[in-house]
Design a protein. Structure first.
Length: 255
């Protein structure tokens, strides 16, 4: 991410590969449908803005979502930086959500400040992020190229690029901010009139068994549906050790 959206170029081949994987795997569509359902259940009635929409599959699950990404493509409504979130048609957003965006931000607090400025009083920010739990760190370290090192997520929460093309990624971001340093982060968020409403964990086996966007689906979708129902019964006290994703909900304090 950068402050200047116009400086961003997008590898359209990656987008097309993601679209192909999406259309190929009904298991992937099922799991993400459940994930977007989780997002929608945390949304308030009113306008919905997505940051980092990619191929904008959210439109299949969330009505009237306004999609954006760091560059304008055929998939999204508008180019928009996570550090300069705009009010479209001169209105504040009731909901702003992002999936797998926060852990790419070199300055996450700047994102929260920008989002708060574009959010209506009482509005919400919903974030879905990788979870650096015991199982999460093992799984992502084995199956994903991005680092997952929550101990590097420390104040002042400003990070240098760690990728070959100047990009940044640390899948330990959510755990670092909202578990390990939650009180410090809560105090900083309060400066932007934001409060942490909830932090939940989800996903254990059904999600990785879809194969994601890069690998073949491992089990039939009917089996994945059963697994997902079983995972819904797992208590949060256990999910803190085995969850693969976190769902973080922030709320803007009304005046």
């Amino acid at each position: 991410m950068t402050d200047k959206v116009s400086d961003i170029t997008y590898d359209l081949d990656l987008l097309e590969a993601s679209r192909t994987a999406w259309e190929r795997s009904d298991g992937l569509r099922f799991i993400y449908g459940d994930l977007y359902g989780d997002v929608q259940r945390n949304c308030l009635e009113g306008s919905v803005l997505e940051i980092g929409s990619g191929i904008a599959v959210s439109r299949e699950f969330i009505k009237n979502v306004y999609t954006t990404d760091v560059a304008k493509t055929d998939y999204v409504d508008q180019a928009m930086s996570a550090y300069a979130i705009e009010r479209v048609v001169q209105t504040c957003w009731k909901n702003i959500f992002a999936i797998d965006v926060l852990h790419h931000l070199k300055q996450p607090l700047q994102f929260f400040q920008s989002a708060a400025g574009a959010l209506a009083p009482g509005g919400r920010i919903i974030l879905v992020e990788p979870a650096a739990t015991l199982w999460g760190r093992f799984f992502y370290s084995l199956c994903h190229h991005e680092p997952i090192v929550p101990q590097l997520i420390v104040p002042p929460f400003e990070f240098d690029a760690n990728g070959v093309d100047g990009e940044f990624a640390n899948m330990g971001m959510a755990v670092g901010l909202f578990r390990d340093h939650r009180s410090i982060v809560a105090a900083r968020l309060a400066e932007f009139s934001l409060t942490v409403k909830s932090v939940r964990y989800r996903d254990v086996l059904a999600y990785p068994l879809t194969g994601g966007y890069s690998k073949p689906q491992v089990l039939p979708t009917s089996v994945l549906r059963v697994l997902a129902r079983l995972e819904a019964l797992i208590p949060q006290c256990l999910y803190r050790f085995i969850g693969l994703r976190m769902v973080i909900v922030l709320e803007k304090i009304s005046d």
